[in-house]
Design a protein around this ligand. Structure first.
Ligand code: SF4
Ligand code: ZN
Ligand code: ZN
Length: 320
């Protein structure tokens, strides 16, 4: 078999980056990704000097790569990161995810904040979803968003970082076009600004990075991550079909994904989005569009009482 060589140094290549017409070895891939994430942070004004960032790490390849790339930039850009992992209590999968996050954090010299849903709410994500009568992924997403924001606000972080990639964002954009979700398109962004005392700034440092590059990165640098999919991941959803369609289009037209995500974010004001007024949830005090936030409503339905205040109290008492 012919060895494919790095376009920059001639070492064995670990990835081909179609839109940049590059084949890169592991060292040059790392350099490329660090540079790209730095530019994304700067271009979208995601993180300022001296700020503290809570990085959501699931243990999967994308967020593991994000943590490693952010850790490489803390000195140069002058910010601090703390990994945050929510243990969902999914048998087999959650134990492996937690181990991967702890191992990776140790390698990077970081102390992760690990919180178990069961310790706080007395129920695992699947039991919660059954009691709420909602799909497990919908409940899981709501839990992850709420816990991350509550931890950031309670512990005084300036921003939360999530590992959404160009693959994720472009798939959500295509789905929003197909379902005429103009409000969703209007909200598509690399940064959601903070709302004083109610929500931390939410940033996506991998917004312009493809998952294929992240997979090559974690594999070639042997970073700990969980390779298996969560057992509840459904491959039949519209958003999954959008991912597949975009992967095919990207293969034939390299650069299409990036131009889609950049273009939509640049012109999102042309979409008719309703600027929802926000206020403090009357039960927990965090961001809400109505009197009671969606998390407090969900927990009231599933567990008999709104649990936002209890989650906040638990998280604010954690020591870093
Ligand atoms: Fe949660 Fe669903 Fe993702 Fe599993 S696939 S981690 S249940 S959102
Ligand atoms: Zn090289
Ligand atoms: Zn609430």
């Amino acid at each position: 078999m012919v060895m494919v060589r790095c376009s920059l140094c001639g070492e064995a290549a670990v990835v081909r980056i179609g839109y940049a017409r590059l084949r890169l070895c592991r060292a040059h891939l790392r350099e490329y990704l660090v540079r790209r994430v730095r530019r994304t942070i700067e271009r979208y004004k995601m993180i300022g000097q001296g700020e503290r960032v809570l990085a959501a790490v699931s243990g999967g390849k994308d967020s593991s790569a994000m943590l490693s790339l952010l850790a490489a930039l803390t000195g140069e850009l002058g910010f601090e990161i703390v990994p945050f992992h929510l243990d969902l209590g999914i048998e087999g999968y959650s134990e492996a995810s937690r181990r991967a996050v702890e191992e990776l954090s140790g390698m990077l010299g970081l102390k992760p904040l690990v919180v178990s849903v069961r310790d706080v709410l007395g129920v695992r994500v699947l039991g919660f979803a059954r009691r709420a009568g909602r799909p497990v992924c919908a409940v899981c997403g709501a839990l992850k968003r709420y816990f991350l924001n509550a931890a950031a606000v309670g512990l005084g972080f300036d921003a939360v970082a999530v590992g959404h990639t160009a693959d994720d964002v472009s798939a959500y954009i295509l789905k929003a076009f197909l379902t005429q979700d103009w409000g969703g398109l209007a909200k598509t962004s690399a940064v959601n600004e903070a709302v004083d005392g109610l929500a931390a700034r939410r940033v996506k440092p991998l917004f312009e990075v493809h998952e294929k590059e992240l997979l090559a990165y974690v594999l070639s640098w042997r970073l700990p991550f969980v390779g298996e999919e969560c057992p509840y991941a459904r491959l039949s959803t519209l958003v999954f079909d959008c991912r597949r369609a975009l992967a095919m289009l990207e293969h034939r037209r390299p650069g299409l994904r990036l131009s889609l995500v950049r273009g939509v974010v640049r012109s999102r004001s042309i979409f008719p989005g309703s600027e929802e007024p926000v206020r403090a949830c009357s039960a927990c005090g965090l961001i809400s569009s109505g009197d009671v936030c969606s998390f407090c409503r969900l927990t009231a339905k599933a567990l008999g009482e709104p649990m936002g205040a209890r989650v906040r109290e638990y998280l604010s008492g954690l020591s870093l």
